[in-house]
Ligand binder design. Structure first.
Ligand code: PGA
Length: 252
C-alpha cells in the first residue's frame, strides 16, 4: 500500500516571514487534523534551514527544489546534496520542467542529480512530463519513456524504491488547465509499466507517482481517487495555508 504524498513546490516565491508563517500554519493544521499522508514543503533554498526547524517534531518534511551533482568544489551558485542534507532536507525535487525549460536540464543531468541525491540519502522527487506541443503531436508516451528510462539509468532497485516520480504535464503547470483524472491515470499507469520493465513489479508497485499541474482543492479528490495517482506536487495552491491544507485532507 502506497502512502499518499502531498508536496508543495513554492518555486521562487515568498519572503522569510511569509515562508515561516505558512510553514507554521501547515504544521499546526497537520497536528490538529492528523491526515494519513506524507507532506513536504519545498521552499526557496534560503529558507530550508529555518523551515527544517519549524517542521522539527512534526510530520511535515522539508525538500529542496534542486541540487548539483558534485559533492563540493568550484561551482559558483550551486548547492550539493550533502549541504541540503546538512540543513535538514529530506526530499529534493529533480528535473522540474521549469529547470528543463529555462536552465538547460536534460535527462542526463537529471540522472546525475538523482544518483548524487541518493548517494547522500536524500529522497528525490523526479519530475517528468510532456509539453502541449508533444501531446498534440501524439508523442507523450515517447517523451515520458525517455524521461523515465534515461533519468533512472543505472539505478539499483534499492535506490529506485527511495524515489518519487511527479508526472507534470507542462501544459497544465500554472495554467489552470488540469489533466482530467482519466488522462492523468492513463499516463501514471504507463509510468508504472515502465518501472515494472526497469525494476520488476514489486519495486514498481512501491514507488509513489504524484500528479502535478494546477492541483487545487476542487480537483484533488477526483485525481486522488485514481489507482495510480499516489499524491500531488502542488505549485500555486501550496502558497496559502487553507487551500494547501484542504489538498492535504483530500477526500475528507
Ligand atoms: P502548479 O505548479 O500547481 O502551479 O500548476 C505545479 C508544479 O510546477 O510543480
Amino acid at each position: 500500500m502506497r502512502r499518499p504524498f502531498i508536496a508543495g513546490n513554492w518555486k521562487m516565491n515568498l519572503l522569510a516571514a511569509e515562508a515561516n508563517s505558512l510553514a507554521d500554519g501547515i504544521v499546526k493544521d497537520m497536528a490538529k487534523n492528523t491526515p494519513q499522508v506524507d507532506v513536504a514543503l519545498c521552499p526557496p533554498a534560503t529558507y530550508l534551514a529555518t523551515l527544517a526547524d519549524v517542521c522539527r517534531d512534526s510530520r511535515v518534511r522539508v525538500g529542496a527544489q534542486n541540487l548539483h551533482w558534485e559533492s563540493s568544489g568550484a561551482y559558483t551558485g550551486e548547492l550539493s546534496g550533502q549541504m541540503l542534507k546538512d540543513v535538514g532536507c529530506f526530499y529534493v525535487i529533480i528535473g522540474h520542467s521549469e529547470r528543463r525549460q529555462y536552465f538547460g536540464e536534460t535527462n542526463e543531468s537529471v540522472n546525475r542529480k538523482l544518483k548524487a541525491a541518493l548517494q547522500v540519502g536524500l529522497h528525490p522527487i523526479v519530475c517528468v512530463g510532456e509539453t502541449l506541443d508533444e501531446r498534440q503531436q501524439g508523442v507523450t508516451q515517447k517523451v515520458i519513456r525517455q524521461h523515465v528510462v534515461a533519468g533512472y539509468d543505472e539505478l539499483s532497485k534499492e535506490h529506485a524504491e527511495k524515489t518519487v516520480i511527479a508526472y507534470e504535464p507542462v501544459w497544465a503547470i500554472g495554467t489552470g488547465m488540469t489533466a482530467t483524472p482519466d488522462q492523468a491515470q492513463e499516463t501514471h499507469a504507463f509510468i508504472r509499466s515502465l518501472l515494472v520493465d526497469l525494476f520488476g513489479s514489486q519495486t514498481a508497485e512501491s514507488i509513489r507517482i504524484q500528479y502535478g499541474g494546477s492541483v487545487k482543492p476542487g480537483n484533488v479528490d477526483d485525481l486522488m481517487a485514481k489507482p495510480d495517482i499516489d499524491g500531488a506536487l502542488v505549485g500555486g495552491a501550496s502558497l496559502k495555508i487553507d487551500p494547501f491544507c484542504r489538498i492535504i485532507r483530500f477526500q475528507s
